[in-house]
Design a protein around this ligand. Structure first.
Ligand code: SF4
Length: 375
């Protein structure tokens, strides 16, 4: 059986055309499944019955099933999905006032080994298939539908006036960010095919402005991106090569200068900008000297900066910077007319925050080794 969620519209047309059926049936299937959210072939009335039976035998549309769901105090929800080969991947739904963002994973583990990141500590296991990336979107969409857009436990919902409209209630995912486990540009082909499905007007129909690819600056992939493919966020995290190499080994391959050159030449529409993410690590990259160096580095570059105070964890030697330090760093850049915001990591209590995905995996490994050690 072919996994439906792994096929772009063009591939589906070729598959259906390849068995001698009309290619336009592919568009019909895309519309039923992605637009109307109907995965039951028997309900697809504009497709002849015999063809529906054939498609039912041909395509598998099993979304990923959440193995565990974690609810954060701040309204975020983290899903752990078990893959066919029994690995765990994680996605996070993040409700905000006017949007519902889904943070998806692109790999199991990661080979970039950023020092502050839990996924990096897992090492690399494998790339996710396109079907597994789209599967995260479909499963999260299913979850929202089932819970009527409420991202709180059903018990809490029953307790606290279920009919009350919650400002964090959204029935639909509005934005997708590739900021979960893995480096999306290290799984280029599958991520690009997933983007194709996400953006297809007959399919999930996300505008490119509502999709963000977050990368460590893996230029081998970024340079292959067509202009305006999606929003790009580059995880910078240090104002100079010496510091950056200490926490991001990829910097040995692509220096900050190479990344800035990429950003300057990458075409985006006039109102858009590439974002630089800067995870602030206490006493490592959070001083006013660092802010000054960051300003000097980015002052002529059309960009936005997201400052993300690091969330401490038992598996990391890095600490959260003081609020005062973060504010001073922020103010230094604002006063110099940089576009910069402080973005609090969401879902930190459920290890859903930036750089924390994979923590449950590490915890399990440690518990397992303790158990085995005790035996
Ligand atoms: S921060 Fe991103 S690229 Fe770096 S190790 Fe973690 S998942 Fe990989």
């Amino acid at each position: 059986m072919i996994n439906f969620f792994g096929l772009t519209l063009k591939e589906l047309e070729d598959t259906i055309g390849g068995i001698g059926k009309e290619r336009f049936r592919a568009r019909q299937l895309f519309r039923w499944i992605y637009k109307k959210d109907i995965c039951d072939f028997s309900k697809m009335e504009d497709i002849p019955k015999s063809l529906r039976t054939l498609f039912k035998d041909m395509f598998n549309m099993q979304p990923l099933i959440p193995k565990e769901v974690f609810y954060s105090k701040d309204g975020s929800v983290k899903f752990s999905f078990e893959t066919r080969d029994k690995h765990i991947i994680e996605s996070v739904l993040i409700p905000e006032k006017n949007r519902m963002t889904l943070c998806v994973s692109s790999q199991i583990g990661c080979r970039m080994a950023c020092a502050f990141c839990m996924t990096g500590k897992m090492g690399f296991i494998r790339n996710l298939g396109t079907d597994e990336i789209i599967g995260q979107v479909m499963a999260s969409r299913e979850f929202l539908k089932k819970h009527d857009g409420f991202l709180i436990t059903d018990d809490k919902r029953k307790r606290d006036a279920p009919e009350k409209e919650d400002e964090n209630q959204h029935k639909k995912i509005t934005n997708i960010v590739f900021m979960g486990m893995g480096e999306p540009m290290d799984n280029f082909e599958n991520v690009i095919r997933a983007l194709d499905i996400l953006k297809d007007q007959h399919g999930l129909d996300f505008s490119k402005r509502r999709i963000t690819i977050s990368s460590v600056g893996l230029l081998a992939g970024l340079n292959l991106l067509k202009p305006n493919t999606a929003g790009i966020a580059i995880s910078l995290n240090a104002p100079d090569d010496k510091k950056r190499t200490k926490i991001m080994p990829i910097n040995r391959l692509y220096s900050i200068k190479d990344i800035i050159e990429f950003v300057k030449q990458y075409k985006v529409s006039p109102r858009e900008r590439i974002t630089f993410e800067y995870v602030m690590l206490k006493d490592f990259n959070d001083s006013l000297d660092d802010a000054r160096a960051l300003y000097e580095l980015l002052k002529g570059v059309k960009c936005k900066i997201n400052l993300i105070p690091f969330n401490e964890s038992p598996f990391s030697e890095f600490k959260t910077p003081d609020k005062k330090t973060v504010d001073e760093f922020h103010r230094y850049l604002i006063n110099r007319y940089m576009t910069v915001i402080v973005r609090e990591s969401r879902g930190s209590d459920i290890h859903g925050a930036c750089g924390q995905l994979g923590m449950s995996y590490l915890k399990n490994c440690i518990e397992k080794s303790h158990r085995e050690g005790i035996k």
